[in-house]
Design a binder for this molecule. Sequence first.
Ligand code: BES
Ligand code: MN
Ligand code: ZN
Length: 489
Amino acid sequence: MDARILLTTSPDLAESLKWSCDAVALLLPAKREDWRVCAELAALIDDAVASGDLKLEAGKSLYVHRPAGLKSGRLYLAVVGEGGAKAFKRASQALAGQVKSAPVKTLHLAWAGATVLAADTVEAIVSAFADAVYLYRHTKPSAPAAPALRTLSVAAPKAEPAATREGLKRAAAICAGVDVAREAGNRPGNHCTPTWLAEQAKAMAAEFGLGIEVLDRKACTKLGMGSFLAVAQGSDEPLQFIVLKYEGAGKKDAPVVLVGKGITFDTGGISLKPGAEMDEMKFDMGGAASVLGTLRAVAELKPKVNLIGLIPTCENMPSGRAIKPGDVVTSMSGQTIEILNTDAEGRLILCDALTYAERFKPKAVVDIATLTGAIIIALGHHHSGLYASDEALAEQLLAASRTALDPAWRMPLDDEYDEGLKSSYADIPNIGSRAGGSVTAAMFLKRFTKAYAWAHLDVAGTAFRGGPTKGATGRPVPLLTHFVLANAG
Ligand code: BES
Ligand code: MN
Ligand code: ZN
């Protein structure tokens, strides 16, 4: 998983036109009076607008082949509308969509407006390109040749290059983290097994000097993780409980803990899922993948913060040894759980990891999980569902989500939603009412998080896309990385 694009800063716009690269891309303000381009370029663009080839509307783009006076011979234009970094991202997506199918190895990108780009904006631009050039190949050798793009340089104003540099640095780390998450998510269930995830974590730990511990079934049994063990018992693949540690601050600094759901395949178990689209349940380790990706990004950026990643990972399979509806298990917290539906397995593996997190005396715990189909009904595929028992933590995560352009929407956790979580046979059943299914799943988790400030991201709608453009998105690595960076001293 090598970095696909090398990022560099380069001199400002005026000079870039003389640059030798394969193509120049200009992000153009929608308002003509805001353009800061030379007379020749202005004339060329005016002409394209007059002929109707380019509309000065947000997200519109045009390719010009061998324009006079441009050394590189290829010019891409894209119009940036109002709306800050998001508008830049949109225009960059239009550009990247064109560039990725062209024989362009080195691209020089410049903003043709008067303002200095903020670091977040530079990050948004770069992430649009990184997203576009990602290509899954691991199990498809016949996949089309990967996009040619290798080097993306972003013009920085000579007087103030700092924001551009900072944006590029952050973008490089986050995009590499997103790639880690996408690659793990896209691997089929017979490749991305719990053991493979543990190997990835070990390799990453070795490369970046992270602490790592991988607990096996025996160790988890000793800890009393009866709920996690119960889900894993139906599968022949051995479970793994991955603990990753990044120490960027003093030993006494309370860490942030991220917990990722790592179901490498969710058949539903004995409460078997219908066959249609069941293949998409290979993405049920998206939360785990985002924890790996975030640790990768953070380890590169080295902020002064302590971060721990916890990944309970196993398969959810039906078998002669599998859990059955009505089975009662004892979680690590001591609370007993009646498993009414074996397909509500995510919360069963997370609850033990949430109890395990207590030992770190964390300042905050955030779990990330492709937890419910109900969150897709509620929010679709744009916003991740955010639940938090702590107001300040909720605000921090929402702020991170805004700067990272990785949307999340706060969902409720009122006590009233707890009423359905009653069992005659155990302290808690693993399903509540179908109505508000994502909320009741969060209410289940909440019962295991009394010891710290806690938040939960239900990413079932955002960690992957289904249908014809099926694939892992790498979300919410950008949100999580920004959240961790904001926690640095
Ligand atoms: N992994 C699924 C949730 C999911 C569904 C993720 C669709 C991505 C896309 C989860 O384990 C699950 O099966 N949830 C059940 C819960 C129900 C049995 C209470 C669901 O959402 O149907
Ligand atoms: Mn399930
Ligand atoms: Zn699941």
